[in-house]
Design a protein around this ligand. Structure first.
Ligand code: CIZ
Length: 320
């Protein structure tokens, strides 16, 4: 539901968009009002690729969290990426420290390190290969093949690592060992039982950042973009329980109004994503060309950008 205040902000943003050389991109986990002003909505990789290949404007207002804006900036050094709240971070990304990577590298010098896209640019600069939840299985297999090994280093999400193990014959050494997304990790088997009882006909879609017991109980495990694709290609299925951040449900419900989408649990709310608001987007646009613009700009130091682009480009090349 859009409130009157939100409707007025949406109108103001739409009016301003015509005057500025900007594109607004929003992650699937953004609130419905933000989805309404976005020119593109997607997962972090889709948005970074869109920013690289489809956007022609000088400015990109990124409604998401910092690592996503960093990835967009690394892939698009000629565009100005603006993040409406630079404190919007990712506890999972922040959990993997460079000193920890160095310790594992010393202990396992021959093993490749695959890192999740939910990492800082500096972490990506110290990795061999990057992956998203949409291509993690493929990237783990590619790393094992390229490095001729049946064991790899994987960080920081232990649940995603376990999911790739369940789909491949490759063992993962988890770096740092206990990394997880705080809200996906909250899902429990009790949530599954309760949701199944409430919606016995529904298909259960679960994100691979969820605990492995929950993933095992699902009908389908996949990234946000894979869940959207699943709903698109299973139009005959009328009800879905969605095990990821609750705002993906808004996107799905708007796009597929004849199907019904229920959250696996109301507690799966990413507070960092929700730091981005319509007011902050409006402020960001109004800052363009003023002294305040720099307050919103995300630019990765060139040395880190040069090193991190290798693991990102390698992923793009291998995921084609
Ligand atoms: O890569 C992304 O956008 C994240 C964080 C999750 C997903 O499944 O899309």
């Amino acid at each position: 539901m859009i409130t009157m205040n939100e409707a007025s902000l949406i109108q103001q943003i739409q009016d301003l968009k015509k005057k500025y050389d900007i594109t607004i991109v929003a992650h699937f986990y953004q609130a419905l009002g933000i989805q309404k002003v976005a020119d593109f909505i997607g997962d972090s990789l889709e948005l970074a690729k869109i920013a690289k290949n489809q956007i022609k404007t000088k400015y990109v207002v990124f409604a998401g969290v910092k690592f996503m804006a960093e990835t967009a900036s690394i892939l698009n050094p000629n565009r100005t990426i603006l993040l409406p709240d630079k404190s919007a971070g990712c506890p999972l990304a922040d959990s993997l420290k460079i000193e920890v990577i160095q310790q594992y590298r010393q202990k396992y010098p021959k093993l490749p390190l695959v890192v999740y896209i939910n990492t800082t640019a500096e972490t990506k600069a110290n990795a061999d290969l990057c992956c998203t939840s949409a291509n993690a299985v493929k990237m783990v297999e590619s790393a094992a093949k390229l490095w001729k090994t049946d064991t790899i280093l994987f960080g920081p999400d232990k649940n995603l690592a376990e999911y790739t193990e369940s789909q491949t014959k490759i063992k993962t050494i988890k770096v740092p060992g206990d990394g997880c997304c705080p809200f996906h990790n909250l899902f429990t088997i009790e949530d599954v039982q309760l949701a199944r009882k409430k919606h016995p006909q529904a298909i259960l879609l679960v994100h691979p950042e969820s605990p492995s017991a929950v993933a095992k109980a699902a009908d389908f495990v996949g990234s946000t973009s894979a869940m959207v694709k699943y709903a698109e290609t299973h139009r005959e299925k009328k009800e879905f329980i969605v095990g990821t951040e609750i705002h993906l449900n808004d996107y799905l419900q708007t796009k597929y109004p004849t199907q019904k989408f229920f959250p696996l649990s109301e507690k799966s709310l990413c507070e960092e994503m929700q730091k981005i608001t319509l007011e902050k987007i409006l402020n960001t646009i109004q800052s363009i060309g003023t002294n305040n613009e720099k307050k919103f700009e995300v630019r990765v130091p060139s040395k880190i950008a040069q090193n991190s682009i290798k693991s990102i480009e390698k992923m793009l090349e291998l995921s084609q």
